[in-house]
Write a protein of this length. Structure first.
Length: 475
């Protein structure tokens, strides 16, 4: 990587005290858990810009939850800080900044994941990460950073104990690989100076008064100013049901039962670039429903997702999909039902039901549903954040949930409630059980092996505490 040696360029950016640690970081992973108006977007953009100017012909990405937000909030600010650099070029239609040394900063929205695919990045900032699907990072951004071992900055204000909370926890436990910066409003008022901080002090007191007047909840206040991960998502559709599931310990280890069929329920994206969600369910005797697995993909389409479903070690009963699976593709002239049948997956198409009625049905099933803690972790995150939109004119929540990255998980669960009555085992035959082959007793024949290995435990220090018969399995 060539380093530029031109004369220093002065930009109108003065980092806050907390941001100096960000700019000094040399690790690949950085998480910023900051109160509202702490200046994380300004600091992170200038961090990307500094590196773009330091290293020729490199590429960086700022990623907002949506492209519209990126254009409205970041583009003007980015131009302000980059405009002082001689020879810099701005492409307003693509939100692209090109620097005189050939480096670029792309300003993108995670609502269009394909805009990131295939790009080699030296650094990336995921702004308002709680409002973005974590799949953007795991499936796309990690690949973009791989060639050059680029870095990623995760920034935001808490929105419940979802994927951002887990990133924060990982960073705290792995201090050699991560830099974690956590600042509440009290930290800023104590450590920072200037007009902006004085204004924040006034804004904090204004919000305290809004809480007293009942116009802001205490949860919202604690979340925005004090980084509370405990605050509930305002208007969460399944708030009561999820709380009850946690209280009754129904989010736990829910193993696959090979004597029962697995039913899949699909939510389909409108286009190939959309996310696609698949829930995996089993119905044991009684009224309980077991959600044993959850899969969500981006940009794989139905065929690519079907391949992953078929690779799982389950014996399937029925596959269920929404009513629009019957719509014909304008290019192929075939329905999705027909295309999936060609892959050996027969689908049952569910009837149309209104969203409100579907949510009522899903709430009823939620109270009888058990969720696998590990395989359904992403689903539990998303269903907890799925929320109603605020009707600003009427000052109350609307009847329509907000459509964002959490909607796919919620829609497939709503379809599952509609499909529950069809989850029958009348025609299902469990696969024959395989008998374990009888083996002769193991006899060790090296310096590291002895007779105790036949019982599963070894004496050698390298093997101390290892159960040989259970390697690769959870204890």
């Amino acid at each position: 990587m060539a380093v530029t040696t031109n004369a220093p360029v002065i930009v109108p950016y003065k980092p806050r005290n907390w941001a100096k640690r960000l700019h000094a970081a040399t690790v690949r992973w950085i998480v910023l858990v900051l109160h509202r108006r702490a200046g994380k977007t300004t600091a992170a953009f200038n961090h990307l810009q500094r590196d773009a100017m330091r290293y020729s012909n490199t590429t960086y990405a700022y990623v907002a939850p949506t492209f519209k937000q990126a254009k409205r909030i970041v583009w003007t600010m980015a131009k302000y800080y980059a405009d002082k650099i001689p020879g810099v070029k701005f492409n307003a239609s693509e939100l692209l900044i090109t620097y005189p040394n050939g480096s670029q900063i792309m300003i993108l929205g995670s609502d269009n994941p394909d805009s990131l695919r295939g790009i080699a990045l030296w650094g990336c900032f995921l702004d308002e990460y709680p409002l973005q699907s974590p799949i953007i990072f795991t499936e796309i951004v990690t690949k973009c950073l791989a060639d050059h071992r680029g870095y990623c900055i995760f920034g935001g204000t808490p929105k419940g104990k979802g994927h951002f909370f887990r990133v924060h926890q990982v960073a705290q436990k792995n201090t050699e690989e991560w830099v974690s910066i956590y600042k509440t409003i009290d930290n800023s008022l104590e450590e920072e100076r200037g007009e902006v901080i004085d204004n924040l002090r006034v804004a904090l007191e204004d919000d305290r008064n809004l809480v007293k007047q009942g116009l802001m909840t205490e949860d919202e206040f604690q979340q925005e100013w004090y980084n509370s991960f405990e605050a509930a998502i305002k208007g969460a559709v399944y708030l009561i049901q999820l709380g009850k599931a946690r209280e009754e310990k129904r989010i736990t280890n829910v193993p696959y039962d090979p004597n029962l069929p697995v039913y899949t329920v699909w939510d389909l994206g409108i286009s190939k670039s959309d996310a696609m969600a698949v829930g995996f369910y089993q119905k044991p005797p009684g009224s309980a429903v077991h959600m044993i697995d959850y899969l969500e993909t981006i940009s794989l389409g139905m065929i690519g997702t079907a391949k992953l479903v078929k690779e799982k070690p389950y014996v399937y009963g029925k596959h269920f999909g929404p009513h629009d699976m019957k719509h014909k593709d304008v290019i192929t002239g075939k329905t999705r039902v027909e295309r999936m049948a060609a892959l050996g997956m027969e689908f049952e198409v569910l009837p149309i039901m209104g969203i409100e009625d579907g949510i009522d049905l899903a709430r009823q099933m939620f109270n009888r549903c058990w969720f696998d803690r590990d395989k359904c972790e992403l689903f539990v995150d998303f269903i907890g954040q799925y929320h109603y939109l605020m009707d600003e004119k009427r000052g109350q929540l609307s009847n329509i949930p907000y459509h964002d990255f959490t909607s796919h998980a919620a829609d497939q669960f709503r379809y599952a409630a509609l499909a529950e009555e069809e989850m029958t085992i009348d025609e299902f035959k469990a696969p024959p059980r395989r008998e374990a082959p009888v083996q002769d007793e193991y006899v060790g024949d090296s310096d590291y092996e002895d007779e105790e290995l036949s019982t599963g435990m070894g004496k050698h220090p390298m093997l101390k505490g290892i159960n040989i018969g259970a390697l690769g399995h959870k204890q």
